[in-house]
Design a protein around this ligand. Structure first.
Ligand code: TYM
Length: 332
């Protein structure tokens, strides 16, 4: 690998959403030219919540198929499944032992889940340490994520830099990167809350496998307001969200998006945004549907990706074990 290394992942806890596409996958596709990229399906992270086994398997294949359909290129980039590279779990333990309970307790994602649910797992608490292992195993420089994951990239950087001071230069310090537009896509019915895989209401979320009629119907129901103007501003979260989606799909600035809607009503805004989404997501969805049932083809690609990832991960883990003084077994 000769360029700077870029790492990112999605977790297969549900179907991918338009938020995942705009906040992550679309940017990854564009960044493939400028970085040596590694893209993971973070299946081990999915186990931090209660998830049905069949659903986990289906989601894993669908997400892998979506990556390919969206233009992630397995010849250019390493695309693999996290659990296929055992070093993730092993380095995660080292991360756990080098993270303070207090700093992990301050993670917003953990605090929110803890406030909402009675029985959360220890795994959910350790989520950022597994994520740190993902990033650090590959000498990653750049981690493109949506706003919600930035705190996890920052804790990863803190753990890595503390480790380096204690044991000597070991890890490359990664930097989180957030895209200018679309770093947080909000729900269509609830435009002050993140559009999420685990949303309570399906009409709030555009899934990447929604058919064209469903996409149009959901956008037509999107919440706007009664101000009757199309402007990107805090007072108009619904309208601003639609403008963000439109600008990401059309690859235009927000200012241009506002201009495109001069003199238009909210009906136009909703329909034209829906159409822009259909134009981009439609072909990806159709390709994904075709690929996702060809499991032997996906298995082969996953294996190739895991072999390439393992080579790098093994080297890093060996270096880490040596630094911390674990005795190397004779077999190595
Ligand atoms: P996941 O699957 O929840 O999210 C994957 C990516 O999509 C972004 N995202 C969004 N961006 C904009 N608007 C939204 N509504 C929206 N919803 C999700 C997330 O910020 C993320 O970039 N913990 C990661 C998976 C992971 C990972 C990693 C990421 C595991 N290991 C190492 C980077 C590096 C996650 O939340 O996945």
């Amino acid at each position: 690998m000769s360029k700077e290394i870029l790492y990112s992942a999605t977790k297969p806890t549900g179907k991918l959403t338009l938020g995942n596409y705009i906040g992550a996958i679309k940017n990854w596709q564009e960044m493939q030219e400028n970085y040596d990229c590694i893209f993971g399906i973070a299946d081990l992270h999915s186990l931090t919540i209660d998830i049905d086994s069949k659903e986990l398997t289906d989601n894993t294949y669908s997400q892998f198929a979506t990556f390919l359909a969206a233009g992630l290129d397995p010849d250019k980039s390493i695309i693999y499944c996290q659990s296929h590279v055992k070093e993730h779990s092993e380095l995660a333990w080292i991360m756990n032992c080098n993270t303070y309970f207090g700093e992990a307790s301050r993670m917003t994602q953990f605090k929110d889940a803890n406030a909402k649910n009675k029985n959360i797992s220890v795994g959910l608490f350790a989520y950022p340490m597994l994520m740190s292992a993902d990033i650090l195993l590959y000498n990653t420089k750049v981690v493109p994520v949506g706003v919600d994951q930035m705190q996890h990239v920052e804790i990863c950087r803190d753990i890595a830099s503390r480790f380096n001071s204690k044991y000597g230069e070991t890890f490359v310090l990664p930097k989180g990167v957030i895209s200018k537009t679309g770093a947080k896509i909000y729900g269509l019915l609830n435009p002050t809350k993140k559009m999420a895989k685990s949303g309570d209401n399906d009409n709030d979320v555009i899934y990447l496998d929604d058919d064209n009629d469903t996409i149009m119907r959901k956008f037509k129901r999107a919440v706007t307001d009664s101000l009757n103007r199309i402007k990107f501003c805090d007072e108009q979260p619904g309208v601003s969200n639609l403008l963000t989606i439109y600008s990401a799909m059309k690859k235009v600035t927000i200012e241009q998006a506002e201009k495109d809607f001069e003199g238009c009503g909210y009906g136009d805004l909703k329909v034209k945004t829906a159409q822009a989404v259909i134009d981009v997501i439609g072909p990806i969805r159709d390709k994904m549907q075709e690929l996702k049932n060809n499991r032997s083809y996906l298995d082969e690609l996953m294996q190739k990706g895991a072999e390439r990832a393992s080579k790098i991960a093994k080297e890093t883990l060996e270096k880490v074990y040596k630094k911390i003084g674990l005795v190397t077994p004779l077999s190595k």
